[in-house]
Write a protein that binds this ligand. Sequence first.
Ligand SMILES: Cc1ncc(C[n+]2csc(CCOP(=O)(O)OP(=O)(O)O)c2C)c(N)n1
Ligand code: SF4
Length: 271
Amino acid sequence: MHPSYEMLRPGKKFPHVWCPGCGHGIVQGAIIRAVQKLGWSRDEMVMVSGIGCSSRMPVYVDFNSLHTAHGRAIAFATGVKLHNPKLHVIVITGDGDALAIGGNHFIHACRRNADLTVILMNNNIYGMTGGQYSPTTPIGKRASTAPYGTAERDFDPCALAQAAGAAFTARGVAYNALELEKLIETALTKKGFSLVEAISPCPTLYGRLNKEGSAVKMLQWQKANTINIKAAEKLPMDQVSGKIVTGIFHDVETIPYTEIYDRIIRKAQGK
Ligand SMILES: Cc1ncc(C[n+]2csc(CCOP(=O)(O)OP(=O)(O)O)c2C)c(N)n1
Ligand code: SF4
């Protein structure tokens, strides 16, 4: 039996809703392997999500889990962590969930340095509700709500999180599941707010609307257009622009929100 199988809910929640070729399953596999490498038991962790194709993950993974309202995963997760700071709290979210309806929760959790690991599955579109454009749809790309191309510029989630105060930011892609797994493993061990942006292809909506070809073609495109930050730093700007840069962008030692909050509680209690 595949070792990842023990961390799934096989008898209950399968078959899953993800389309053939969706990147979300690859990201799920990377998360499970990272947790297994760290040797954590299910009881030490909680997985919290909002709503979206990506946010279905806690239904399939046999972790303590909360499937919450759209955009609200980070708020619920902050509450879980404050209640029991010993738990490792993993947030699963999509680009729409985290950066549109949940945008305020996202930036303020970074500002507070809430001790969470957020895995933001970025497919540049709203998958679950039919392909509306999201805050990460690149300008000019098509969506069901932008049939002639979007007029808005897109967010860089890692730059946004760093500017707002996150302790750790990194980006990986579905085609390079091994790098993604390592980035997730590192993020999970960080104190404070850690973000891993996982670029996850949506062949059914983003791919079709933008004529990107099959799921395999989309992964081949990722392979040809991704560069690790260490290699990118040695190249002139024009050779990097237009490519997906992966790796760790920001990694600092910080005092997380839970520790500061605990000190305040002790002070208030006269301890
Ligand atoms: C309050 C509220 N508004 C809107 C919705 C509809 N809704 C559900 S999922 C979703 C978008 C999900 O997109 P994303 O977070 O990018 O995840 P993906 O499905 O692409 O993985 C929306 C708008 C909802 N469930 N609740
Ligand atoms: S609609 Fe897109 S994001 Fe949703 S399951 Fe299908 S391929 Fe994945």
